[in-house]
Write a protein that binds this ligand. Sequence first.
Ligand code: GUN
Ligand code: FE
Length: 413
Amino acid sequence: MILRGTIVTTTELGKLTCLPGGCLRLDEQGTVLECLPELPGGQEPVTDYGDRLILQSFSDLHLHGPQFPQVGMGMDLPLLDWLNTYTFPLEARFADLNYARSVYERLAKALIDGGTTRVAMFSSLHTDATLVLMEELERAGVTGYVGKVNMDRNGGVNLQETTEESKRETLRWLESCQQFRHIQPILTPRFTPSCTDELMAWLGNLAQERGLPVQSHLSENDAEIAWVRELHPDCAQYWETYHKYGLWVPRTLMAHCVHSDRRERTAMRDHGVTVVHCADSNLNLCSGTAPVRQLLQEGVNVVLGSDIAGGAQLFMPQVMTASIRASKIRAMTHGDAPLSAAEGYYLGTTAGQQFFGAAPGFGVGEKLHAVVVDDSRFAMDPKRTPEERLERALYQMEPADIVAVWSDGRKVK
Ligand code: GUN
Ligand code: FE
């Protein structure tokens, strides 16, 4: 089968490859066989998208499923007060499986509608609601990782497990989620203040024994960093509280890293840890602007996250443009070179897919992850280049402009 349209991919930071009238040749399973500049001869059926854009689909490597009902509200407080006042009471409601089902069904649909086909997501601490989340994502066609959150301290009465419960429920969850094909488990100590040393050590062992990936939060906010310093006077820096327990490995995703200095960034690079940049959240919660340009120049892996609901945009093109906007604030305050549109697109697509071991762009031999965008509503000028159309699409498109989505070789919208 052949898909035809204006293909725009990015295999290298800041570089676009554009094929107007380009073709993707797929096998029956949706595996990419070839990416061609024009229609090949032969009898294969062609789905012709005309002048529409065929783009890589999006990767959101940090979001909180149970915070979806709170998107766009309650952002008048800094991180720790925001967690205690709004977020923890909301997450506690996911003990109710009917509530969980109704939220997660809508979230899964919104992700696919918006062209997000790969995620790394936090659930809540509830095992059964986490299984519901995994089921709904799998059903909608989303791929990637979901984590049952571990928190055995500082969650208040309604959102806290005992250490024993946390271990037992983590094992029960890992046992129960083997049924899923496209959604895999990721260990998720919420952040250092939420987990006792005993639980962190146990999770570190488990990650190593089973080769599981890990996700958490790092150096997001000044008060949080000061608290971690009090909790771990033996650690010079926040990252060492994860490293100490074997949670600082190449399969680790660390969200935010707004205040990571050169020493912390070097530790990321040397250990292959991936930073999830969540620009909109960092602005909403007044956390700061992350040193994205330095991270990139120093060779750290950087990907993007919506961080729903610290972030208020689930739709990844808006996450990409928020990152570009935040990089301009950083340019004005720190003199760092801002991100270009091509760089934003790369961070929200290829950088994310590489965390899952996929090749950049539309890799030959890979299952197709793509979106088809009808930009006729806002394109306006037929003489625009594909590069110009991509930039305009990132800033102007809405989920309704995405006319088709492919995830792991399957057409899911
Ligand atoms: N740190 C610990 N938990 C959270 C959370 O839910 N959101 C954000 N942005 N930071 C956190
Ligand atoms: Fe977060």
